[in-house]
Design a protein. Structure first.
Length: 334
């Protein structure tokens, strides 16, 4: 199975560029095979509030693909239910090519395990279009903690079981489950303290309420630059092009600890293949644009792209890897 490390970051960007070049001609061909689609505005549903990472990503991409498709792209925020409300709405929508979704790890994979029952099945009622963007989590401690590397943190956790707390952005969030994966792979223990946002989790480190957190870079790096936090590792398989000075978990001696916040474009399951492929081409083309990449980098997002099959296989891989981690953690929805 081709997993995310083959798609992401450096190799993923090369894939995006190649697909975009091919998509310029292929997009024109596909336009003639979709029965006049699109002939009216296209709606992209975001299952989170305005200003969230998927919302920001969607608006950046929409501004690029709308003119190429010749129709406005309307971004709609349908927050609630841990992302399930908006995701479920699209799962039940007509597959006419005028409703798409940009959702994340939780509603598309993790919530299948976290929730006893969902109102939708992301693997049967939605179809993958393309992996959009990704954000690395950065594991960080206070600069005066005396801990300088990820290896030292793990060593301290083993030596002092129960003495470490870690912050997250909520029960079942990637910032919790990424650390649960770390704990499982290293046979260590730390107490989970959930917060309502990344900035609050960072504040908890600075105040000494928790000893570390692995949260999105956009929240961590300003405090790193201010000299208040020390970054220990990024959660990606390869070093981030946006933070090349920070080692990976693998480089820190933890090769099986890899997780990332990702955003995927999805469509109702009955959406015609020609439309899905056309949207895949347009998003890949947008991700290859220097303007789009610059705007994404300001949010510490990196473009991924790839094929429909790439996203499908990655989601299955995520489900396989994270199901036992979620069950082991005992996490339940708040």
């Amino acid at each position: 199975m081709k997993i995310f490390r083959d798609l992401a970051l450096a190799s993923g960007l090369r894939c995006v560029a190649a697909l975009a070049l091919a998509g310029i001609g292929a997009g024109a061909l596909a336009q003639g095979t979709t029965g006049g689609w699109p002939s009216r505005p296209i709606h992209i549903v975001i299952p989170y509030a305005a200003g969230s990472s998927p919302d920001v990503f969607a608006r950046i991409i929409a501004g690029k693909i709308g003119p190429r498709l010749g129709q406005p792209i309307v971004v709609e925020n349908r927050a609630g239910g841990g992302g399930n409300n908006g995701t479920g709405l699209v799962a039940k929508a007509p597959g006419d090519g005028y409703t798409f979704l940009i959702s994340t790890n939780g509603p598309l994979v993790y919530n299948m395990v976290l929730y006893e029952k969902l109102s939708y099945d992301p693997f049967t009622e939605l179809r993958p279009v393309v992996m959009g963007g990704a954000q690395a989590n950065v594991c960080a401690v206070r600069t005066d903690s005396g801990i300088n590397t990820m290896g030292e943190l793990v060593k301290e956790m083993k030596a002092k079981p129960g003495k470490f707390n870690f912050g997250s952005t909520g029960v079942g969030s990637l910032s919790q489950l990424g650390v649960e994966l770390l704990k499982a792979r290293t046979n260590t223990f730390a107490v989970h303290i959930p917060y309502a946002s990344s900035p609050l989790a960072i504040l908890a480190i600075l105040q000494g309420d928790v000893q570390f957190a692995c949260v999105p870079a956009v929240a961590v790096m300003p405090q790193v630059k201010a000299g208040r936090l020390r970054p220990l590792a990024v959660s990606t398989a390869k070093r981030s092009q946006l933070m090349p000075e920070i080692p990976t978990m693998k480089e820190a001696g933890l090769p099986d600890v890899e997780n990332i916040a990702w955003m995927a474009v999805m469509a109702p399951a009955s959406t015609p293949t020609e439309i899905v492929e056309r949207m895949n081409q347009e998003v890949n083309s947008a991700l290859a644009s220097p303007e789009v990449r610059e705007r994404l980098s300001a949010q510490f997002m990196e473009p991924v792209g790839g094929s429909v099959k790439d996203l499908q296989e990655f989601m299955l891989h995520e489900l396989t890897v994270m199901t036992p981690i979620i069950k082991r953690s005992g996490a339940t929805p708040e």
